[in-house]
Structures are given as structure tokens and as C-alpha cells.
Design a protein. Structure first.
Length: 346
DNA sequence: ATCCATGATTTATA
DNA sequence: TATAAATCATGGAT
């Protein structure tokens, strides 16, 4: 804002500060009898112009009107034009084309990618898809989180859009205000359309920098939201009971060699509705934690051993051998040296 | 508020 | 490259 004001003042300054030469100029030119009166007259007007900022609006308006109606006004205007011609050179050189700010582009791209600045619902689903991808395709129990995420994202998007609209409106209002002001002033002092355009550009730049701040904070909010909801590590979810049982069952029934093959991992992943990587993680954690404190897991081990034993018994009593759990082990085979030859497909 | 369980990540190792 | 081991960070119980 201050840039505009400054510039406007400097314009005013150019117009006004150039004046002091004027009376002299006039004085020289007019040697006649009514010259003194005219000089006095113009001196008054100039004095009024110089002090116009100290006056109330109505007063100023009246003075302006008086000035515009004054018979010397065209001459004054011409002089202002001349003065400006001599002093305005510096403005011309400034560049007009503004290269797109890379940071702004980055923010725009991100907002678009997150579905904040894009179309209303399409962006949301894209973000949801990204969410699903980011969360490692973990099971069905996070759909609630996704909807939660979506509502939060929608909130952000709404805030973003209302703010953006507000800025847009404010920018337009301010621009038209300034343009009106300049047009009004152009009756009294020379203002080229190009200067108005420049001013409009300055305003727009200022407002777009405000918009950039909005975009930046929106991006931040989205990032926080993402990390809160979608970073799998932060949003650790225990596997459901069934999955844990399946994994434990496998672990304790293969205690002597709890290293599921790739195929077995895939099978387990499918059964537990988790990824193969999660199966690997689980076995990695389980092995090391079991080894570190066998005592703590003794009860669990016994339980699963008993369960598999029952399963085996049931299976054999039903005469079906095809599905029986393969070579269940008694607890304690891992990590102590294992002499059983329980070789699975590796 | 604190502690423990647990899934994920990182680093080291063979 | 798979695994071991250490570590992180959260969920959930207390």
C-alpha cells in the first residue's frame, strides 16, 4: 500500500514541486497593469494547492472546482505538462514484463495437486487417491480417516477460496478507486494512460504478493494435514486382531525358522489385508522382540502352539491332510540353535 | 502424565 | 538384498 501512496505522492511532488518557477515565469511574461492582480490570483491558487491536504474534503473539493473553472487553468495545465516532460524521464525505463515467480508457480502446482485450487470435487478424489497411495494401501479401516481428511481439506479449500475472492474483490475495488482518483486528477495534472496502467500493475503486484502469502499458508496447512493423516509412520495403526492372529499363528508354527518365503508373505499379506512389506516388518519386529525376551512371549507361544495342535488334530480327524499347517513346532525353537530340519521353500 | 506395545524407519551387516 | 538391531513415533491402557 505504501508503495502506491509513495508513488502518488511523488507524482504529486513532481507536479507541485515544479511550481515554484511558475510565478516567476508568469511575472516575467506579464508586465501589464492587471499583471499584479493576476499574479496575486495565481499565487493564491498555488497556495491553496499546496495546502490542499490540510483542508477538509469539502473545502478541497470546492477549491478543486474553483481551480478547474479558473480561466488560467489550461495554461497551468500546459506548464505542468512541460515540467513533467522534463522530469518524468526516469519512469520510462522500468521494465514491464514480469517473469512468473518460480515460487508462486510451485505453490500453485502444489495447491492444484492437493486439490485445493482445482475443480471442486475432482481435486478431492485425486487427493484421496494420493492418500491411499501414501498410506501404503493399508486396509479398509482407514476410510473413515480419509473422509475426515477430505472434510478438513474441504475446509481448507473453502477458506482459501473465500479469502482469495475477498482479495480479488478488494484488489478490484482498490484498483477502480485509484483509477478514478487518477482520472479525476488527470483533469488537473497530466497523467498518461500508461502511468495509470503502471499504477494498476503495481497494485496488482501488491495484491498478488498478498495472495502468495495466502497460498503459502494454505500449502502449510495442507502439509500439516497430510502429515497428520497420511504419513503412515505418524498415523500408526495396529493391525486388526484377526491379522495379528494369522501372523502369530504362522510365526509360532514356524518358530524354528520364522522366515516366510516371498510366496508365504504374499499369502499372509492377502489374508491379513496388509502389504507384503508390512508382513516383512511384522516378522522382523517379531523375531527380534521374541528373541530379546522369550519369557515374555512364552504364554503367547504356548497358546498358539495349542491352537495349531487343535487345528491339526481337527484336520487329521477329518481325514483331510491337504490343509494341515505344515510342521508346527513347539515353542522355544527360536532363537536357540535349532536342530530340526524344518526347511521351507526359501 | 506416564508407560508399554507396536508398526515403521533407519542403519549395519553378511 | 534380506535381515538384525536400534530407534522413532504413536496408540492405548493406566
Amino acid at each position: 500500500m505504501d508503495e502506491q501512496t509513495r508513488l502518488m505522492h511523488s507524482h504529486t511532488g513532481v507536479g507541485m514541486a515544479g511550481h515554484p518557477g511558475l510565478p516567476q515565469h508568469m511575472q516575467e511574461g506579464t508586465g501589464g497593469t492587471d499583471g499584479d492582480g493576476r499574479k496575486q490570483d495565481i499565487g493564491d491558487i498555488l497556495q491553496q494547492i499546496m495546502t490542499i491536504t490540510d483542508q477538509s474534503l469539502d473545502e478541497a473539493q470546492a477549491r478543486k472546482h474553483a481551480l478547474n473553472c479558473h480561466r488560467m487553468k489550461p495554461a497551468l495545465f500546459n506548464v505542468l505538462c512541460e515540467i513533467k516532460e522534463k522530469t518524468v524521464l526516469s519512469i520510462r525505463g522500468t521494465q514491464e514484463d514480469e517473469p512468473p515467480d518460480p515460487q508462486l508457480m510451485r505453490l500453485d502446482n502444489m495447491l492444484l495437486a492437493e486439490g485445493v485450487s482445482g475443480p471442486e470435487k475432482g481435486g478431492g478424489s485425486a487427493a484421496a487417491a494420493a492418500a491411499a497411495a501414501a498410506s501404503g494401501g493399508a486396509g479398509p479401516d482407514n476410510s473413515a480417516e480419509h473422509s475426515d481428511y477430505r472434510t478438513k481439506l474441504t475446509q481448507i479449500r473453502q477458506i482459501y477460496h473465500t479469502e482469495l475472492e475477498k482479495y480479488e474483490q478488494a484488489c478490484n475495488e482498490f484498483t477502480t478507486h485509484v483509477m478514478n482518483l487518477l482520472r479525476e486528477q488527470s483533469r488537473t495534472r497530466p497523467i498518461s494512460p500508461k502511468e495509470i496502467e503502471r499504477m494498476v500493475n503495481i497494485i496488482h503486484r501488491k495484491f498478488s504478493s498478498i495472495q502468495m502469502q495466502l497460498k503459502q499458508s494454505t500449502c502449510e496447512a495442507v502439509m500439516i494435514l497430510r502429515s497428520r493423516f497420511l504419513d503412515a509412520r505418524r498415523k500408526r495403526r495396529n493391525f486388526n486382531k484377526q491379522a495379528t492372529e494369522i501372523l502369530n499363528e504362522y510365526f509360532y508354527s514356524h518358530l524354528s525358522n520364522p522366515y516366510p518365503s516371498e510366496e508365504a508373505k504374499e499369502e499372509l499379506a492377502k489374508k491379513c489385508a496388509i502389504t507384503v512389506a508390512q508382513v516383512s516388518n511384522w516378522f522382523g519386529n517379531k523375531r527380534i522382540r521374541y528373541k530379546k525376551n522369550i519369557g515374555k512371549f512364552q504364554e503367547e507361544a504356548n497358546m498358539y502352539a495349542a491352537r495349531t495342535a487343535v487345528n491339526a488334530a481337527n484336520a487329521s480327524s477329518h481325514g483331510s491332510q491337504a490343509n494341515s499347517p505344515s510342521t508346527p513346532n513347539s515353542a522355544g525353537g527360536y532363537p536357540s540353535p535349532c536342530y530340526q530340519s524344518d526347511r521351507r521353500i526359501q
